[in-house]
Design a protein around this ligand. Structure first.
Ligand code: ADP
Ligand code: MG
Length: 256
C-alpha cells in the first residue's frame, strides 16, 4: 500500500475534491483534514453538496478531481478494475456510513443485520458473530430487541441498529448523513446520545447535520458549505457565535 509521510498527522484528508454531474459542478475544490479522534460537522443548505462529499469519501460518488486519503492510504485510487474492486471493498470496510433512511435489510432481524457483513467479509463464525452482535447492540441500547425485525422497531431504534451494524465492522471512520432528519422529534435524542457516546470513545466522525445544538455540543469543528464550496470553518463557538462571512450568518439566522 502506498503511504506518504504527510498523511501521518491527518487521518482523513480530502484534497481539492471536485465533483461534476455533467455540467453541474457540485463540489468545487474542497479540502479538509481530520485528525484521528476528531469530530467534524458539516452544515449548509440543501443542495450544497454535503451528501455528495460524504459519498465521495468511500468512493460511492467518485470524484472528478482530487484525492481522498484515509490513514495513509488513498481511497479513490486509479487501478485496473479487479484490483480497484478489491481495494475499495477493503477501504469500505474501514468506513462506516449511516444515512437518513436506515437502510436495514427488512427481512433480517437486528442480529442478522449486524452479523451479515462481519460473517461474509471477515469470515466470523456464528458464535463470534453473535457475540459481536450482542456487544454492538448493547452499546446502542438495543440488546433487548436483538431478534426483532426492522418493521417491529421505531425509527430511532432502527437507526441505532444501523449504527451498531456499521460499528460491527470496526471502522476507522464513521460518516453520518443527516442520521436524525427522518425521525420524529421525540426519537432524535436517543440517536444523538449514541453518537455522543461514540464521540467520547474518540471515534473519528464526519457528521452532516441540521441540528446546530448537537453540532455545537459534540463536534470539534464545523464546516459551513454552500454551493459546493466551504464558505467558512472553525470551532463551533466561532462558527455559531461569531461567524465571519455574511453567507454563514444568513444561514444560521434561519437555522439556529
Ligand atoms: P446536500 O446533501 O447538501 O443537500 P447533495 O450533495 O445531495 O446536496 O447535492 C448537491 C447537488 O448535486 C444538487 O444540486 C443535486 O441535485 C446534485 N446531485 C446530487 N446527486 C446527483 C446525481 N447523481 N446526478 C445529478 N445531480 C446530482
Ligand atoms: Mg444531503
Amino acid at each position: 500500500m502506498s503511504t506518504d509521510q504527510t498523511h501521518l498527522t491527518d487521518f482523513v484528508q480530502i484534497r481539492h475534491a471536485q465533483k461534476a454531474f455533467g455540467q453541474l459542478e457540485v463540489l468545487k475544490d474542497i479540502s479538509l483534514n481530520v485528525a484521528r479522534g476528531q469530530i467534524v460537522a458539516i452544515i449548509g443548505p440543501s443542495g450544497s453538496g454535503k451528501s455528495t462529499l460524504l459519498r465521495a469519501i468511500n468512493d460511492l460518488d467518485p470524484l472528478t478531481g482530487g484525492e481522498i486519503w484515509l490513514d495513509g492510504t488513498q481511497v479513490n485510487k486509479s487501478l485496473p478494475h479487479r484490483q480497484y474492486e478489491k481495494h475499495i471493498n477493503q477501504m469500505r470496510q474501514e468506513i462506516g456510513m449511516v444515512f437518513q433512511h436506515f437502510n436495514l435489510f427488512p427481512h433480517m432481524t437486528a442480529r442478522e443485520n449486524v452479523t451479515m457483513a462481519p460473517k461474509m467479509l471477515k469470515g466470523l463464525s456464528n458464535e463470534a458473530a453473535d457475540a459481536l452482535a450482542e456487544e454492538q447492540l448493547q452499546k446502542v441500547g438495543m440488546l433487548e430487541r436483538i431478534d426483532y425485525y426492522p418493521s417491529q422497531l421505531s425509527g430511532g431504534q432502527k437507526q441505532r441498529v444501523a449504527i451498531a451494524r456499521a460499528l460491527a465492522m470496526k471502522p476507522k471512520l464513521m460518516l453520518f448523513d443527516e442520521a436524525t432528519s427522518a425521525l420524529d422529534p421525540e426519537l432524535v435524542d436517543e440517536v444523538n446520545q449514541v453518537m455522543k457516546k461514540l464521540a467520547e470513545e474518540q471515534m473519528t466522525m464526519i457528521i452532516v447535520t441540521h441540528e446546530m445544538d448537537f453540532a455545537a455540543a459534540v463536534c470539534d469543528r464545523v464546516l459551513f458549505m454552500d454551493q459546493g464550496v466551504v464558505v467558512e470553518e472553525g470551532p463551533p463557538e466561532v462558527i455559531f457565535k461569531r461567524p465571519e462571512k455574511e453567507r454563514t450568518r444568513a444561514f444560521l439566522r434561519k437555522h439556529l
